[in-house]
Design a protein around this ligand. Structure first.
Ligand SMILES: [Zn+2]
Length: 264
């Protein structure tokens, strides 16, 4: 961090675990819980669609009450210092922005926006939560937080849930995030790739890089001869491409590094 003036940072779930948003994967990169919903199933299977929205509805209050943690604050401080060139996050929680980071690229979208799969209308998730509550007045759930802001709920409760539809056209809705089975929008990918082309180093923070859309930036950086550093609690898909691997919590490692670079 002291030697580079234009660092491209790629962050993942490990930055938000301290905010109470659990990670999908364990330290070996395997699924901790059941794998997430695939977009094809969400589109074509009514039961999957209902279960998805029931869990998402129940998990939302806990998800939205999460506050930025040490890692988010450290990146915001580094951003203000001027040598962080571009922050790209695979997280969909908006916590980097709430901590004060500027010009963040949300590679996988944002959970606080909802998009219609038929007419493409975008609306605020908060408003949808209100309309779901009106449609399901007595529906209660014992919510247990899960990585994408949903929750574990008994099957009988899910069957009684009335899933939301687009108010404009009646179409199916999904959060404006890249689901498993979908690609990152081309324009967003190009924006991040362009930023990487202007960087002098790459730092991966809190990601196992098991999803290709994140991993490919490490491949691009490696092909361009950029130095690569990784801070993560477990193994990552790019450990053999990194010059520096720090096996640690992102928040504490970043704060230590910022303190050291300020002193030098
Ligand atoms: Zn619509």
């Amino acid at each position: 961090m002291a030697n580079h003036r234009r660092v491209f940072v790629l962050t993942g779930a490990g930055c938000s675990t301290a905010s109470g948003i659990p990670d999908y994967r364990d330290e070996q990169g395997e699924w901790k819980r059941r794998p997430p919903v695939m977009i094809q199933a969400l589109r074509s299977d009514e039961a999957v669609y209902r279960r998805y929205w029931a869990r998402a509805y129940a998990g939302w209050p806990r998800f939205i009450s999460a506050a930025p943690a040490a890692a988010h604050l450290a990146f915001a401080a580094w951003d203000a210092a001027g040598t962080l060139h571009q922050l790209v996050t695979q997280n969909v929680d908006g916590l980097h922005q709430r901590a004060g980071s500027r010009a963040v690229i949300d590679l996988h979208g944002r959970l606080d926006v909802v998009v219609c799969l038929s007419c493409d209308a975008r609306t605020a998730r908060a408003a949808l939560q209100t309309s779901i509550a009106i449609t399901n007045p007595d529906w209660l759930a014992e919510a247990v937080s899960a990585p994408d802001g949903d929750a574990d709920i008994a099957d009988a409760l899910i069957e009684s849930f009335v899933a939301p539809r687009c108010e404009r056209c009646g179409g199916l809705l999904k959060p404006d995030v890249v689901f498993f089975g979908e690609n990152v929008p081309v324009a967003r990918y190009e924006q991040a790739r362009h930023a990487l082309a202007g960087a002098d180093a790459l730092l991966v923070a809190g990601s196992s890089l098991m999803v290709y859309s994140g991993f490919r930036f490490v491949r691009l950086a490696h092909d361009a001869g950029l130095p690569i550093a990784i801070v993560n609690r477990g193994r990552t898909r790019a450990d053999d491409l990194a010059e520096l691997k720090v096996l640690a919590d992102v928040g504490s490692a970043l704060n230590d590094a910022l303190a050291a670079t300020t002193q030098s």
